[in-house]
Design a protein around this ligand. Sequence first.
Ligand SMILES: Cc1ncc(COP(=O)(O)O)c(C=O)c1O
Length: 457
Amino acid sequence: MMTSEKLQTKYLSRTGESAKLAKRARRYMPGGDTHGPSYHLPYHVTFTKGKGCYVYDVDGNKYVDFCNQWLTMPHGHAFPPMVEAVQKRIKQSVGFGYPNEEQVEFAQLLCRRVPCFEHVRFVASGSEATLMCIRAARAFTGKCKIMKLEGGYHGTHDLGEFNWFPSPEAGPIEKIKTMPPDAGVRGSDIKDVVIFPYNETDIFKRTFNRHAKDVAAIIMEPMIGPLGMITPEPGFLETIRNMTKKHGVILIFDEVVQFPSAYYGAQGLFKVSPDLTALGKGIGGGLPIGVWGGRRDIMDLWNPEKGHDAIIQVSTHAGNALSMVAGLATLKHLTANVIKQRNKRFRRLKSGLENVFKDSGIRGQVTGIGYGFAIHLTDKPVRSPRDTFGAAMAAETIVGLIFMGLRYYGVSIYPPLFGIISTAMQDKDVDHAVHALAKTLKEVRPIVENECPHLIV
Ligand SMILES: Cc1ncc(COP(=O)(O)O)c(C=O)c1O
């Protein structure tokens, strides 16, 4: 029996109830789920409860969790201050459709924590937040074009998804072709989107100079969050900031994933302040949330006190009291000291995982700082989404097997191999993940030798 089959058999033997549920789910939902990226073979595990950094599935298996509900819970599951705040608030009503007290308090806290925030508005998801930022930039500048990064995902709306997957058909990085994301996206939007590569300052300058006069905004993550917090090289963000400022182009940072990485978010960490920022995920502590905000003169376009010309934002669940109290409890407890402790534990995880790769003789590395991380099956520098996807595509089967092996040894991570570390984790939890990877790589090595010899050192 091939080792991959052994691994699969082990996975199946522990997750019988999940298998039954997955089969039932497929009868009612395409693929048995409502979330594309969490789909994987042979079937997903169904979790039933979580506490701190542990989750439990329907078969009673326990896992150390690096998913944290799509990166939305920086403190892990059932974080007591958040549970208490939500329980208390829900008894008073979910909301009134008018501003609540907690909304004011949260807006004030966010304006203190996000360097570019002078004014903020709430919505219900990260997608809505990035959509509103783009709309604001277009309304403010009167221009239409948007520049975005190859490999940048900004949510489930048309503009957010262009080139989020670095397709080989997009051509060389010098002049990346704008590629329609999925069927159903307006082809006519292609002419409004200009793509540039991450961490290529000279190419950025040339691309920007060609299009600047028609560009309303650049939307980008300062780090490439969902691909493992790939960090900006010196000068990249600064050049973008200086050139956008000079040409009156609005710079939007999407910190939906990465804000909890640092006390003042990525913009505080890299000391580059955009005009607008979109937040979501982690700042809601697991409840649905989006926040967009920034320069007061731009945000004023939405100010009804300015008269009939004000733009109207309608979003039914925007600022609902439950998301507000959950967000407040989460962010208040994400203090500088808590972040420092978490980052220390993160370094232990990163070096532990990297040592496992060294000992295994399989090429691999871990990117990330303090919070989010990803495992990449390559020892070449990972500077951009093209590098990440390139490495993952060249070893797709092995990535899948490592994912399954980690699950079998009690670690939950997102496909391809990405996660966040929560403040609930202790050294022993981090070490558990390191040991799980060591056992997995040992099992997988014969298959790597057969199927992906380029990964053997
Ligand atoms: C970087 C980034 N921006 C925006 C979004 C959209 O957030 P939401 O799923 O809450 O709409 C996501 C979602 O994964 C994301 O990764």
